[in-house]
Design a protein around this ligand. Sequence first.
Ligand SMILES: C[S@@+](CC[C@H](N)C(=O)[O-])C[C@H]1O[C@@H](n2cnc3c(N)ncnc32)[C@H](O)[C@@H]1O
Length: 223
Amino acid sequence: MTADHPLAQYYARRAGEYERIYTKPERQDDLRQLEDWVADFGRDQRVLELACGTGWWTAVLAPVAKAVTAVDLNPEVLEVARAKSLPGVEWCCRDVYASEPIPGSFTAGMAGFWWSHVPRRKLPGFLVMVHRQLEPGARVLFLDNRYVSGSSTPISRTDSDGNTYQTRTLADGTEHEVLKNFPTAQELTALLSPLADQLRVRELTHYWCVDYRVGQRAGGQPS
Ligand SMILES: C[S@@+](CC[C@H](N)C(=O)[O-])C[C@H]1O[C@@H](n2cnc3c(N)ncnc32)[C@H](O)[C@@H]1O
C-alpha cells in the first residue's frame, strides 16, 4: 500500500479530527477498560505499535513500556502524535505492509483499530509479517470495534470476500468509502488459534481485544 491508497488518504485528511472518535459518550466506560488492558500489556515491554495514528494508544503505552516504536504511513497523523512529546517513543513513517523489517527488537506488538482495515484475505499474511518483526514468544495485542447499531457508522456494502464497507463523511463534507470489518470472537479464535499460545479474546459492548503469545508455528523467528 502507498500513501495514495484511498484508506491512507482518508486518514491523512482526518488527522486533525481523528480523536473526536474517542469522545463518544457511550464508549467512555469501555475505553477506560481498554486503556487498563493496554497498559497491563505494555508494562516493561519493548513495544512495536503498528498504524499508531495520532498516538492515542502510544500515550497509554509510553509511561509503562521500556520503549515504543510507533509506525504509521501518514506524516499528517504522526505530526499530531509527535506533538504529544511522549517519552521513550520512536516515531516511524512507513507502510505496515512493507517487506523490509522495522529496525529494533521487540518483545510485544500491538495495533489499535487496524485489524478492521485489513482485507480478510490479507489477514493471514499480515499476521505472519507482524510475528516476524517480534522476538520469539513475544506478546501481541489487537483491539478494534464491535458493530453497535446506533453508535457505529452503518455498513454500506459487503464484497464477495465478505469484507464490509462504510461511507464516512469528514468535517470538510467529503465522503469516503472505508473497508471496516467486524470479526466475531469465533472468527478471531479460528484465525489466531493455530498461531497463538495463551490466546485470550475479550469483548466489551463497543470493542473487542485479543492478546496472545506468538506460537512456534506463527511465522515468527525460530526459537
Ligand atoms: C483507525 S486508524 C488507527 C490509529 C490508532 N492506532 C488508534 O487506534 O487511534 C488507522 C491508521 O492506519 C494508518 N494507515 C493506513 N494505512 C497504513 C499503512 N499501509 N501502513 C501504516 N499505517 C497505515 C492511518 O494513517 C491511520 O492512522
